[in-house]
Design a protein around this ligand. Structure first.
Ligand code: KG4
Ligand code: ZN
Length: 389
């Protein structure tokens, strides 16, 4: 079946079409119109500005998505839209656009929880290039050497059939930090979550303290990489900054990142002049990022030891962080080698609509009374604090 996804919960106007049949969940086209430039002036997302931009962009984005997949409305079997949580002025634009299209095109409509979408980004099939090698020796001058004629055959790899339940998913985004246990599709038990700031929110707030702009995650990751390469090249003078690893030893699976952000603030207040010093800022970013990763990795591994999942997944915008992706992978390999670890393609880590359409595919399959979805254009309502269930 062909599903059109729409996502406008925060500062990306996104739509996508996927083709889902059994094991293959293929993205036919994916459009994301980012508002980062607009909001970076304000140091964060301004809800009403976001809504104005969504309104301007939503129809062109959907049009572009359909055109690049060479599809017309007739080809669409189902429309999926982010129902919540998120910024209400932003959510209203996406839900109203989806409801209008569902009415005009006479299509069933499904509302999706944003975090459910992030989790299901992991189920999108990966495009891999299978390289077939034909090896043959060439001229006599280059004795024994071989040249490889390589033919690239793009192929879709079904991830969904490899992902076995129970699943433990670490969700890390700008608004959420949760450890979610899934015994089967669409079944969520939140076994731990942040008591204050989300991991992405901490990245954004620390970047603001350091004057690194919005969004903070990529800026901090980049600065942290500079510190790593400086240390490797024995440049710079490490000052041995140390930040706490909040709640790392607590006997539950909850998180807290607001104290860590305050620790960064105190450190910068101690040495304000050094904020202009690149190597100080990059060391600070490295230590902050490592503190967040240490807590996330340690709690995920501990939860996995307790709940014994077959698969660990990573989801949400912070899952684009290369160090987190690698370090969690290393820890799973080292401590729990029998558990499989999957991460989404980075392009589907951040907000997008392909993940919303993927989640809708699994929801649609589970719904007995599919006819009821035809009336959703009337009844679906955006919900800023929608709960994952
Ligand atoms: O999932 P997402 O796109 O939006 C929400 O649902 O909140 O996540 C956005 C968050 C932001 O806080 C951003 O700073 C963070 O993800 N982020 C990162 C990276 N890329 C985005 N955090 C750490 N490292 C990154 N590379
Ligand atoms: Zn998100």
């Amino acid at each position: 079946m062909i599903i059109l996804g729409v996502e406008t919960s925060c500062d990306e106007t996104a739509s996508a079409v996927i083709k889902a049949d059994g094991k293959i969940v293929e993205v036919l086209s994916n459009t994301v119109s980012s508002q980062i430039k607009l909001h970076s002036r304000w140091g964060g997302v301004v809800p009403n500005l976001a809504a104005r931009e969504h309104l301007k962009n939503i129809i062109p984005v959907i049009k572009k998505t359909l055109n690049s997949a060479k599809l017309s409305p007739n080809n669409i079997d189902l429309i999926a839209v982010t129902q919540g949580p998120g910024l209400i002025p932003a959510l209203l634009i996406g839900t109203n656009a989806a409801k209008t299209l569902a009415y005009l095109w006479k299509k069933p409509l499904i509302g999706i929880h944003h975090i459910e979408g992030h989790i299901y980004a992991n189920f999108l099939s990966e495009k891999i290039s299978v390289i077939s090698n034909f090896q043959f020796p060439i001229s006599k001058q280059i004795q024994n050497s071989k040249i490889q004629k390589q033919t690239e055959i793009p192929k879709l790899k079904a991830k969904s059939s490899k992902i076995k339940f129970p699943i433990l998913c670490l969700v890390v985004s700008g608004g959420h930090t949760q450890l979610v246990l899934m015994k089967k599709h669409l079944d969520y038990e939140i076994i731990g979550e942040t008591l204050d700031d989300a991991a992405g929110e901490a990245f954004d707030k620390v970047a603001r303290i350091l004057g690194l702009g919005y969004p903070g995650g990529p800026a901090i990751a980049k600065a942290a990489d500079i510190w790593t390469s400086d240390v490797q090249m024995q440049k710079g003078h490490p000052m041995s900054i140390h930040f706490p690893r909040p709640m790392i030893g607590s006997d539950n699976f909850n998180f807290s990142f607001s104290g860590l952000k305050t620790a960064v603030l105190y450190e910068t207040k101690k040495r304000p002049a050094l904020l202009k010093n690149k190597s100080y800022v990059s060391e600070l970013c490295h230590e902050f990022q490592q503190a967040v990763i240490d807590v996330l990795v340690s709690k995920t591994i501990r939860a996995a030891k307790k709940y014994q999942p077959k698969t660990i997944l990573l989801a949400g915008g912070v899952s684009a962080n290369a160090e987190l992706r690698n370090q969690l992978g290393e820890a799973v390999k080292r401590d729990l080698s029998e558990i499989k670890y999957y991460i989404p393609d980075t392009k589907y880590s951040l907000d997008n609509a392909a993940m919303i359409a993927a989640a809708a595919y699994y929801r649609y399959r589970s719904i007995k009374n599919k006819k009821a979805l035809d009336k959703n254009w009337q009844s679906l309502e955006a919900d800023a604090s929608l709960k994952l269930k």
